[in-house]
Structures are given as C-alpha cells and as structure tokens.
Design a protein. Structure first.
Length: 248
C-alpha cells in the first residue's frame, strides 16, 4: 500500500471514530453546550494518535553522486558547481542540515537524501536543494521547478508556496527565465524512466537557491540559517494546508 492509500485509510478511520464518539458525547450532554470546540479538540487528539507524523525528503544536490545506480551512471561525475574554492555540495548540505533541524522541531520526520534516490521513495513532499553557478558573475536569483508536466495536482501548489516565501525572504530576483531542461525533467522525479526516483504521488520540487558565482547571492547562502528558515516556513505552511500538520 503506498503512502496516499495509507493516509486515506487513516483519514477514513479518523472520521468514523470522531463521528462515533462525538455523537455519543453529544447525546450524553458532555458537549451539548460547546459541541464545536470539544469536537475539534477530540479530532485533533485522535489525529495525533492515528496519523503518522508527516515525512519530508530533503535531497542534498549532488551529494555522493559517484554512488548513482547503473541506470544513472552518466551522472556519477556530476558533482555540482565550484567557485573560488567554494563548492555547491558543501553549501547544499549545510542548508539541508539546518532545514532538517527546523522541521524536526515541528515534529516532522526528515530524510536527508543523497543524489541517489531510493526506489519509488514516498513522503509528504520532497525538496531537492541546489545552488547554481555561471561564468557571468552578474547573473543572480532564485528559480524552482516541478517535473513537467506536473506529476500530481499538489506540485504547482508546493512550487507557489516555496517560491513566494523564498523570494520574499531573500530579496532575490526571480530567475525563472533561466530554467533548464535538467530541472523540468529532473531525474529524481522522472518515475517513468528511472526506478531510483520519487513516487509520482509525492509532491516534489527542485530549487536553485541562488548563484555561487554572484557575490550578493553567495553572501546570503553562506549563512545557512537564512535560506533554511525560508524553506522551512513554506514547507510547514504546505503541510498545514494539506491537513498533515496542525497549526500551533
């Protein structure tokens, strides 16, 4: 049973139990005076007991690329960008680890994933973290992409939330004009072609958080807390909107 079916089963069970106990409580007069608040609190309690914690996959772009499976052997030498002794993977990892701590503090289970994705990996969402580089050191900005066409209805929603939050927090220009086919057909999301890819029902997004080659972008990215906080905020909001995380 895949993740979506398990979630559906949990929700159906939750609704059935909530209705049963809520009706009995109402009949017994326990919630007759304040049925709404009591029922909401009870539903939250049952939700915490029955539903598994939300799970998020954070892929560290290019990490351990040499371990790609045979079907992706062509990517084993794709180790990311490097400018003036600063390499992309190190920054990707620092941001991902900080993001992991922020999400785990919210009760979210986080899998830090290398370049090699487990077969048909499934979660509430996957975010693949990358940083761009270019010979033109004036080029800067942020961009993101889900697989095209979108693999599920939630991916455009995820992109919208992450884009809005990150662009506002960073003050970066939108670099959408420089999207590449490598992003729009990202291997980790290409479930029709590769077995080592994210399950099609898992909303997934690849982000290029800025440019190593641009001093302004790099200054922001070297402080891993800033980009991590922006990403965490958008992920939490996405999970709350989908009913997978209860607002405080």
């Amino acid at each position: 049973m895949n993740g979506r079916r398990r979630l559906t089963a949990f929700v159906v069970l939750l609704l059935a139990i909530s209705f049963y106990f809520g009706l009995n409580w109402y009949k017994s007069g326990l919630i007759a005076s304040h049925p709404t608040s009591a029922h909401v609190n009870f539903t939250k309690l049952v939700s915490k007991l029955l539903l598994p914690n939300p799970r998020v996959g954070i892929q560290v772009g290019h990490l351990n690329a040499n371990n790609h499976p045979d079907e992706l052997a062509v990517l084993r030498n794709n180790t990311g960008g490097s400018i003036d002794g600063i390499d992309e993977v190190s920054l990707n990892l620092a941001i991902a680890q900080h993001l992991q701590r922020l999400l785990e503090a919210q009760g979210i289970v986080v899998d830090l994933l290398p370049a090699k994705i487990p077969r048909r990996y499934s979660a509430d969402l996957v975010l693949s973290i990358h940083i761009d580089a270019n010979v033109n050191r004036h080029r800067r900005g942020y961009k993101s992409a889900h697989f095209m066409p979108a693999r599920n209805p939630a991916e455009p929603e995820l992109k919208k939330l992450v884009d809005r939050t990150y662009l506002l927090a960073s003050g970066f220009p939108d670099d959408e004009a420089n999207l590449t086919s490598g992003m729009l057909e990202y291997y980790a999301f290409n479930y029709k072609r590769f077995r080592h890819s994210v399950h099609r029902d898992t909303p997934s997004l690849i982000v290029e958080l800025g440019y190593l080659s641009n001093p302004k972008d790099l200054s922001y990215l070297e402080d891993s807390q800033a980009p991590a906080h922006a990403l965490a905020k958008s992920i939490v909001e996405f999970l709350q909107l989908r009913g997978r995380l209860t607002p405080p």
